[in-house]
Design a protein around this ligand. Structure first.
Ligand code: 5AD
Ligand code: SF4
Length: 458
């Protein structure tokens, strides 16, 4: 009988879409490591390529099929030895169709099933059993994932919550990621400690509706039986080495007082809030099933600003939702003027199969969507530029995450999530330091290290 020899195999994972996918790709690497897979820089050097896909808009899905075409050719060149797996939300939504349309694909695995990749690879080698896994069992997945994570940066994502029950009428997430699920306090805190031990200084709690996170309070907390995200953040802030905490992404309906209070009280909690609003028109918000009005959103912004006056807001917008009139679009522009966003992601509405909005009357003409998107983006760009310009002369703590391609430059993020470059700072990589802002563009700041000795300890 042949002796079992673990040999190294190349693994290339291409990640599309949101932070959840970035996290999942990292965890897939952890899952595949014991099988001898280690990351390589290109599909050409790989034995296994995983496309971790996004289904949120049509364009994102199309990209997957064109990438699969390229991989099919590469597989042919390797004499069929390259294995191809499709993971993520397109796998979940269109798994069977992918297998049918692209025979070069060996495995299809949904976002709640990737802990089963080792079994699937074994079945593939034996040519037995199913190579399509799209069950929904977030709990089982988290229990099955390796407890150790290997990270090499100063900032790491930590999945606290998954899935969504909000059913916005335009969105595929409730169908691809399943119902809302909160990981338990102990599992999250254990993972946060492990990250801190490995030198991670910034923890980004992630989830499709991360501010809907809730969990049973640990026994030592006599005050509460149930924790909300604010409690979890306070707890993680006490782990030694955690210098900055962020969370993303949030829903206005779940912006509870405890979280707003945490923005006032927790020094490590970054003054940055990504709170998608999608539209400023009540009529459209209702048709989107967002379960809040524009005024509700503005009230939340006011409350958060009262708790943390310097907080920076970011949002997502959709233009051209079915039935959106000029007046509805104007209401969105007005909301943007009222809030003043530091960052934003804006999209043309893209009808998604199986969602209620795809079947609605009065779909908006593509040309009008283009015009509205350009108009909205120019207002958002003006706001981003104004906020960055107003930073000039200010001092802030930057977490330097990497050295730039240009010699000696260091790149990092301000507490407000502005990207910051400093010259002669490559030695700062992996550290938090105080800078003075000396220049600004729409998308980034230029800074000067105040003193190398000013490295933050707080
Ligand atoms: N069309 C356009 N944008 C969408 N988003 C979600 N679904 C769609 C869609 N069908 C956007 C929303 C969401 C972000 C992640 O993607 O703005 O907040
Ligand atoms: Fe999609 Fe709405 Fe859920 Fe966000 S809250 S994931 S937009 S359904």
């Amino acid at each position: 009988m042949a002796e079992f020899k673990p040999n190294t195999k190349g693994l290339f994972i291409k990640t599309y879409g949101c932070q959840m996918n970035v996290y999942d790709s990292e965890r897939m690497r952890d899952v595949l490591k014991p099988l001898g897979y280690s990351p390589v820089d290109s599909p050409e050097a790989a034995d296994l390529v995983v496309l971790n896909t996004c289904h949120i808009r049509e364009k994102a899905t199309e990209k997957v099929f064109s990438e699969l075409g390229r991989l099919r050719d590469l597989k042919r060149e390797t004499g069929g030895n390259l294995r191809i797996a499709v993971a993520g939300c397109v796998a979940q939504a269109e798994g069977e169709e992918i297998m049918r349309r692209e025979p070069a694909v060996d495995m299809v695995v949904g976002p709640q099933s990737y802990h089963r990749l080792p079994e699937m690879i074994a079945r593939l080698s034996r040519k037995t059993g199913d190579v399509l896994e799209t069950d929904f069992a977030a709990e089982e997945k988290f229990d099955a994932l390796p407890k150790t994570r290997e990270v090499d940066g100063v900032s790491a994502f930590l999945s606290a919550q998954e899935g969504c029950d909000k059913f916005c009428t335009f969105c595929v997430v409730p169908y691809t990621r399943g119902a809302e699920f909160s990981r338990g306090v102990d599992a999250i805190v254990e993972e946060a400690r492990e990250l801190a031990r490995q030198g991670v200084k910034e923890i980004v709690l992630i989830g499709q509706n991360v501010n809907a996170w809730h969990g049973q309070a640990p026994a030592h907390d006599a005050r509460a039986v149930e924790w909300r995200l604010g409690d979890l953040i306070r707890h993680i802030a006490r782990i030694g080495g955690v210098e900055r905490i962020r969370y993303t992404t949030s829903h206005p309906r779940d912006m509870a007082d405890d979280l707003i209070d945490a923005h006032r009280d927790v020094e490590q909690l970054a003054p940055f809030l990504h709170l998608p609003v999608q539209s400023g028109s009540d009529r459209i918000l209702k048709a989107m099933n967002r379960q809040h009005t524009a005024a509700d959103y503005l009230r939340i912004v006011e409350r958060v600003r009262a708790a943390r006056p310097d907080i920076a807001f970011a949002s997502d917008f959709i233009v051209g939702f079915p039935g959106e009139s000029d007046a509805d679009f104007e209401a969105t522009l007005q909301l943007v003027r009222d809030v003043g966003f530091a960052q934003a992601f804006s999209f043309k509405y893209s009808p998604r199969p199986g969602t209620p909005a795809a079947g609605m009357q009065l779909q908006v003409d593509e040309r009008i969507k283009d015009e509205r998107l350009a108009c909205l983006q120019s207002l958002l760009n003006e706001q981003a530029q104004a906020i960055n310009d107003a930073s000039i002369g200010r001092r802030m703590k930057v977490l330097f995450s990497r050295a730039a391609r240009r010699d000696g430059q260091a790149l990092g993020y301000s507490p407000y999530m502005q990207s910051v470059h400093v010259d002669n700072g490559a030695h700062m990589t992996g550290r938090m330091a105080e800078i003075e802002v000396i220049g600004a563009t729409m998308t980034s700041l230029r800074g000067r290290l105040v003193t190398a000795a000013a490295e933050a300890t707080a």
